[in-house]
Design a protein around this ligand. Sequence first.
Ligand SMILES: Cc1cc2nc3c(=O)[nH]c(=O)nc-3n(C[C@H](O)[C@H](O)[C@H](O)COP(=O)(O)O)c2cc1C
Length: 358
Amino acid sequence: MEDRDIHLRKLEHILICNHCEVEYRKDTLFNAVELIHRGVPNCNLEEIDTTTDLFGKKLEAPLIVTGITGGHPKAKEINRNIAEAVEELNLGMGVGSQRAGILDSSVEDTYRVVRDYDIPLVIGNLGAVNFIEDRWNEETIERAIEMIDGDAMAIHFNPLQEAIQPEGDTNFKGVDILKDIISNYKRKYRDIPFIAKEVGEGFSREDAITLREIGFDGIDVAGSGGTSWAMVEYYRIKDREFREFSKRFLDWGIPTAVSLLYVKDVFPGTIIASGGIRSGIDMAKSIALGAHCCGVALPVLRAALRGSREVVKILERMIRELKTTMFLVGCEDIEALRKAKYVIKGELREWLDVKTVL
Ligand SMILES: Cc1cc2nc3c(=O)[nH]c(=O)nc-3n(C[C@H](O)[C@H](O)[C@H](O)COP(=O)(O)O)c2cc1C
């Protein structure tokens, strides 16, 4: 694909996400989780401590903005607005896929802009499929990390998005080459954490076992219930037949709460819950179910198009809701929240009945 086409596609994604209804019709299934209210919380709301450690970095709350964009002029403004907000709130952020910057150094500055800010955790982003299709290696990772002065690298897995795009890269066979590439990178350059990241359809237990064996330090489940790539591509694709094709996959994916519980069963590393995380209550439920941190994209993207103050407002609201929820379940800090009691209801129970096949 031409560089210019990648830039255009990225911009189309932003515009569609800003103007159209792109979220799943189905739920994350956090609605099927209830934390047990404490009428006698025995703690002081004012003293609730949301600080947490993620990959050795201290964050004000277990919240990061996950990878969204890069590669076109609008992306620079979006990344700047997100960076300014997460610097102010002391949270983490990821940039969007850095493929455009790897292929065309003239757009590197759209990612590089995050280096101007003092952010505790900056996460790079490359696509798993490109390590196969474009024969990327540890040098590619180093270029991406240098571009943003990154502290961690997310490798995204987006099979649904690639499969429903007329121009998609669909050869995921042999992703285990990442095992050598990651260990070579750590040996030759530096020992940063690697995160396997879905983009909105979630990972299964079997996936988490594979990712564990490849040597990932963390998994961002990015399950379904938030941004739906079938929906985004549906609006973008001009060809009528392809549009109808993508429409059939609108409800495809593992709900975020399910994916989180699947991954937690078999993955010993750091777990990030994302995909449809829209409130501090979703965050508290994620942490109680086993996540170390939560991630959010779509609402932040929409806010970032209006300026960094809007991003601060959204993230502050989520942290305030998290604090209130922690108070209501009697948990003074994140460690206590990880042990909070919960009930699992209805459809979520059915998903949990499925046994691992490996
Ligand atoms: C416009 C847009 C672009 C995205 N681009 C990337 C990307 O380049 N790399 C990636 O790993 N995820 C990307 N994502 C996925 C998000 O990081 C996130 O996993 C997903 O949107 C689910 O979270 P949400 O429901 O809070 O939006 C993108 C999301 C949006 C909305």
